[in-house]
Ligand binder design. Structure first.
Ligand code: CAA
Length: 289
């Protein structure tokens, strides 16, 4: 089965790896510049290289995975894909344009999916002839076991079923969701990160103590503030805003501290600074900075 992954950023390359790790899948990893797509494959090679150096995988096994991934432009390498997973920039206009172009490129039986973290699948699918379903992976995509499969108003039931079956084939657990802002996980997880930011803003506890409290008291692998940095604070703010704008429910109001940090370019791991400072490969809480 051939999978077209659109967008070779952190999520796109992780999704490409998740498919390529399984026998029976070939991946066309695309971006708007061929060198960006190649960069996504280089990220996968580096992640696999770390596993090889730790003795968790042989170089031969890593090469098999990498050989299943072709990089390039969607115009050139997506014609014969059976499934598209779009992981492009999180903007409705960008996604609608991307699917509009894919509509003209892909074979008619190809199922389109979007890895959007909160946008409406129904809106993304507007004017698209191919069936469109949500297929939401979690970061890091090669590791996290869940895939939310989201049915928009016009998603055909057979396409939803196909996507669930494909998720199972790559050893993920699919959970079906009827479209609603935030789906399941982000609707619960992102307000938790937002609440942790309020706790920090009010001076209730330090960053390290908020994270330690949740790690030790709720048994989660990462505290909410380090997880916010990991996801990207700009994404956290964008998801809070989508949930608030869809519901006008005050429980989804974005913490002003988060918005201020995003305005200041403190986006978390990807910008080198968020609740923690990641300079020189370190991780130092920013309370005193
Ligand atoms: N790509 C590929 N593999 C990765 C990886 C990555 N980016 N990060 C970690 N791994 C692999 C490692 O290679 C390792 O595999 P092996 O044991 O087979 O070698 C395994 O994952 C564990 O990694 P580590 O030992 O380095 O570290 P860890 O045990 O501390 O786990 C973690 C790291 C998996 C990220 C863990 O901290 C975790 O689960 N954190 C929470 C992540 C989370 O909540 N994600 C959801 C975010 S919300 C989201 O994504 C949705 C959205 O729309 C915003």
């Amino acid at each position: 089965m051939k999978i077209g992954v659109i967008g070779a950023g952190a999520m796109g390359s992780g999704i490409a790896q998740a498919f390529a790790q399984c026998e029976g899948f070939e991946v066309s990893l695309c971006d708007i510049k061929p060198e960006w797509a190649a960069g996504g494959k280089a990220k996968i090679a580096s992640a696999l290289g770390k596993r090889v150096s730790r003795g968790k995988m042989t170089q031969e096994a890593a090469d098999v995975i990498l050989n299943r991934i072709t990089t390039g432009l969607k115009e050139d390498i997506c014609q014969d894909c059976d499934l598209i997973v779009e992981a492009a920039f999180e903007d409705l206009g960008v996604k609608q344009k991307t699917f509009g172009e894919l509509d003209a490129i892909c074979k008619p039986e190809c199922v389109f999916t979007s890895n959007t973290s909160s946008l409406s699948i129904t809106a993304i699918a507007k004017n698209i002839k191919h069936p469109v379903v949500g297929m939401h992976f979690f970061n890091p995509a090669p590791v996290m076991k869940l895939v939310e499969v989201i049915a928009g108003v016009n998603s055909p039931a057979e396409a939803v079923q196909t996507v669930k079956e494909i998720a199972s084939k790559i050893n993920k657990t699919p959970v079906e969701v009827t479209e609603a802002a935030g789906f399941i996980v982000n609707r619960i997880l992102i307000p938790e990160i937002n609440e942790a930011a309020f706790i920090k803003m009010e001076g209730v506890a330090t960053i390290a103590d908020i994270d330690a409290a949740m790690k030790l008291g709720a048994n989660v692998p990462m505290g909410p503030l380090e997880l916010g940095d990991y996801i990207g604070l700009d994404i956290v703010v964008a998801i809070m805003d989508v949930m608030f704008n869809n519901t006008h429910d005050a429980k989804y109001r974005c913490c002003p501290l988060l918005r201020k940090m995003v305005f200041g370019g403190h986006l978390g791991v990807k910008s080198g600074k968020g609740f923690y400072n990641y300079a020189n490969g370190g991780k130092v809480a920013t309370d005193a900075q």
